[in-house]
Design a protein around this ligand. Structure first.
Ligand code: AP5
Length: 221
């Protein structure tokens, strides 16, 4: 595959490593990284009306409406200059209607999706990952207390700013997020298998190995 542009989605349950691997893809392909979770958290940080509504839903492990999410992505793909050279979608699409709307939007532009990479991890492993996660809110960079610690305790490697834990990274919300993933998001795997752009990666391995496997899967077709 050309390293000049890419249009892809990263699929995976909470804690699969989408936010961990996306920066590697951005660096390699010079595409934009659109994380709908990060976009919603930015609305929460700004205390907008949407942010206030989204926080209630996110803290309970639910999903924000398809219409809001589709419009958010449409706006970014249209107006964000960083997306000119392609995009990596992380956390979107999350339902079949979102996947259908994305396909329709991209078909109208004549720039169809090229890849859908699924990060596959068993639920048992995800609990440890999520409860140990630390994030840098401004960039969305994620670390893990044990598996991927920052160089200095509780401090972002790049900016030196403090790291935090997400308010939805608790056992109760995670249970609902996982159930929601299996019920509403997993069906999009079949959706992309049918269009022939799906590939699966064993994401239970160390981050560097997962990255190698992602690269391998992208170079295969
Ligand atoms: P979102 O922010 O997208 O959360 P998520 O999908 O639950 O995914 P996570 O961010 O939890 O996981 P990740 O795969 O990025 O894991 P990470 O790389 O950090 O969404 C949050 C909420 O927003 C949703 O619940 C919903 O309410 C709403 N929302 C968002 N998009 C929506 C949409 N399209 N429609 C409707 N609602 C929407 O890794 C996790 C931890 O593990 C880290 O600590 C990391 O260091 C560690 N780690 C990563 N890889 C490895 C590895 N290989 N080995 C060991 N540790 C690892």
């Amino acid at each position: 595959m050309s390293t000049e542009s890419i249009r892809m989605v990263l699929i995976g349950p909470p804690g699969a490593g989408k936010g961990t691997q996306a920066p590697n893809l951005v660096e390699k392909f010079h595409a934009c990284h659109l994380s709908t979770g990060d976009m919603l958290r930015s609305q929460i940080a700004k205390n907008t009306e949407l942010g206030q509504e989204a926080k209630k839903i996110m803290d309970q492990g639910g999903l924000v409406s398809d219409e809001i999410m589709v419009n958010m992505i449409k706006d970014e793909l249209t107006n964000n200059p960083a997306c000119k050279n392609g995009f990596i979608l992380d956390g979107f699409p999350r339902t079949i209607p979102q996947a259908e709307k994305l396909d329709q939007m991209l078909a109208e532009r004549g720039t169809p999706l090229q890849r859908a990479v699924e990060l596959q991890v068993d639920d048992d492993l995800l609990v440890a990952r999520i409860t140990g996660r630390l994030i840098h809110p401004a960039s969305g960079r994620s670390y893990h207390k044990l598996f991927n610690p920052p160089k200095v305790d509780m401090v972002d490697d790049v900016t030196g700013e403090p790291l935090i834990q997400r308010s939805d990274d608790n056992a109760d919300a995670l249970k609902k997020r996982l159930a929601g993933y299996h019920a509403q998001t997993e069906p999009i795997v079949d959706f992309y298998k049918k269009t022939g752009i799906w590939s699966g990666v064993d994401a239970s391995q160390p981050p560097a190995t997962v990255w190698d496997e992602i690269l391998k899967s992208l170079s295969q077709k």
